[in-house]
Design a protein around this ligand. Structure first.
Ligand SMILES: [Zn+2]
Ligand SMILES: [Zn+2]
Ligand SMILES: [Zn+2]
Ligand SMILES: [Zn+2]
Ligand SMILES: [Zn+2]
Length: 545
């Protein structure tokens, strides 16, 4: 016996199911008329909105034309659904339905109607239609738009009915926009925004007012009971009284979660009231929703507010007030920003910015440099550049990099020489020291190994047989073009600058007793000198030195 169930084989049942599905009311997306089923909507879309080109060719009853109208003119009854009014199939008939007058409909001349737009003669009368708005005669293809008109064919977007119209009438209706309707909400938005800004300002002013009252009041209370026997008790009581008079506290009996981080309160996560806004918040270290902030800190951060007392004893300044992170944000962040924008950044930050700028020059130049070196090493030829030109380019890039490194080194030294004002500055200084040292050692390597290329070039000429060598030199000496002389001079200049820089680096390294460094730099220097003398030889009396 088969376990699979047979599909229902009852045709009646199936058709019922289909009928119930198809009978859901559907709405035309174009004109919003409702239809009893999808099929009638499809027919409507095809016929009345021209979704199917077939609909144009097929004769139809729903859109009667001027000629039809002409025929029925002498008849006593004008049928419903004449002249392109969209059929209201399926929807309940409207007792107040008014149909547009046809007085303005143009009649075809000599029985040879021509489309007002495309000017073709319309032979098939079922392809002829009057624009309900302007009344001109069109072929169906040129009269597909829908527009809401009253019975006098005036545009009436509110209570008019949908009629077919020509493209011209459609696009010239008031408020028409190619990309649909636009509504300017800028005014509303500005109003809303101003309201919000106003609210925020008011809240901030209120918080400032409370802060001043709390701090002034606390100091008064503190001074009043300073010498009292029951100082602690008295102050606590009075402060509580002050706090409740300044800020209305939120009731906490039905509050289960922190106002800011929304984490539930329990035995370990206790409720606290922010003394400024009165909301109930936690004091988790992870979320920092509220903190006990000393009066001193609060006053320093808001020194522009007018406090009664500014000369506080250390005990007075050490009292604290619980403030939530939102209040801190709305009270102190804007102040901090204002302060920082008024005061120029400290020298340390300026130098750090300079250091970063130089580093980005190095980082951007290095890959280009490496690429050029690779071309030389592989013996690849950029067809537009000769080997010597390439060497000069490499030398120029190398010079640029060496200068950048020297500047970088100098700037980081300047930073290290600064006297730090705060602990943070010391930390920043130390990390700059580490980072800059690492940056130099990481990136300067390709520069150190480079002079090999120059010596290679020199060695190549040296390795060739002496007579050939001298011969080429003679030829060179006699046949140097102006361009070549210029190029060699340029390279020579770069080499001399490099030697100078390397010499400087050797001196610094010697002073800092980095003898390993001195060794490799000395090697570089001698390589540079070799190349220099080679070029000087090439240039002969054309050398400018
Ligand atoms: Zn429609
Ligand atoms: Zn046409
Ligand atoms: Zn029209
Ligand atoms: Zn919290
Ligand atoms: Zn608060």
């Amino acid at each position: 016996m088969s376990t699979t169930e047979e599909p229902p084989n009852d045709p009646l049942q199936q058709s019922n199911a289909y009928a119930s599905f198809a009978d859901i009311e559907v709405i035309c997306p174009v004109c919003s008329h409702s239809f009893l089923n999808l099929n009638s909507l499809n027919v409507h879309l095809d016929k009345d909105h021209g979704f199917s080109s077939e609909a144009i060719k097929e004769p139809t009853n729903s859109n009667k034309t001027a000629s039809d109208h002409l025929l029925s003119k002498h008849g006593s009854n004008i049928k419903s659904n004449t002249s392109g009014i969209l059929p209201n199939k399926g929807s309940k008939s409207n007792p107040n339905k008014q149909f547009i007058t046809h007085k303005h409909f143009k009649q075809p001349l000599d029985g040879k109607p021509k489309c007002y737009k495309c000017n073709t003669t319309i032979t098939n009368h079922s392809n002829l239609i009057n624009c309900n708005k302007c009344g001109e005669i069109f072929c169906k293809r040129d009269c597909k738009n829908v527009i809401k008109l009253d019975k006098n064919a005036k545009y009436d977007p509110r209570s008019g009915k949908f009629y077919l119209c020509c493209n011209n009438c459609f696009t010239s209706k008031t408020g028409y926009k190619d990309m649909g309707r636009t509504v300017d909400l800028t005014g509303d938005f500005t109003q809303f925004r101003n309201l919000m800004i106003g609210d925020k300002m008011l809240t901030t002013l209120q918080l400032e007012n409370r802060l001043v009252k709390l701090i002034d009041g606390s100091i008064t209370i503190y001074r009043k009971y300073k010498d009292s026997l029951f100082f602690a008790v008295k102050v606590r009581l009075e402060i509580a009284k002050l706090e409740s008079s300044v800020t209305p506290w939120k009731y906490d009996y039905n509050v289960s979660d922190c106002y800011i981080c929304l984490q539930p309160f329990n035995i370990t996560n206790r409720k606290h009231h922010c003394r400024l806004c009165g909301n109930i918040v936690c004091e988790k270290e992870t979320t920092n929703c509220s903190n006990n902030v000393t009066i001193e800190t609060l006053m320093n951060a808001s020194s522009d507010l007018s406090y009664k007392e500014t000369n506080l004893t250390s005990e007075e300044a050490d009292q604290h007030i619980r403030v939530c992170s939102r209040c801190i944000h709305s009270l102190f962040i804007p102040r901090k920003f204002k302060q920082e924008s008024n005061n120029p950044p400290p020298l340390l930050i300026k130098l750090l910015e300079k250091l970063n700028d130089i580093a980005s020059v190095i980082i951007n130049t290095l890959p280009i440099f490496k690429e050029r070196v690779k071309i030389i090493e592989l013996g690849d030829k950029d067809p537009s550049i000769t080997k010597d030109e390439n060497l000069i380019k490499v030398a120029q890039l190398r010079n640029k990099l060496l200068r950048a490194f020297a500047l970088y080194n100098d700037t980081s030294r300047q930073i290290n020489l600064l006297k730090p004002q705060t602990l943070e500055e010391t930390k920043i200084q130390n990390s700059i020291k580490q980072v800059s040292t690492k940056f130099i050692t990481d990136n300067i390597l390709p520069l150190k190994s480079l002079p090999g290329i120059f010596t290679d070039a020199t060695n190549n000429t040296n390795n060739s047989p002496p007579e050939l060598n001298s011969l080429t030199e003679v030829t060179f000496n006699n046949n140097l073009t102006i361009k070549e002389v210029k190029q060699y001079r340029e390279e020579l200049m770069v080499l001399k600058e490099q030697s100078f820089l390397v010499q400087g680096m050797i001196d610094t390294a010697k002073k800092q007793r980095q003898f390993e460094e001195v060794g490799s730099l000395n090697k570089n220097l001698s390589e540079l000198k070799t190349r220099e003398s080679h070029i000087e030889k090439l240039l002969g009396d054309k050398s400018f030195t």
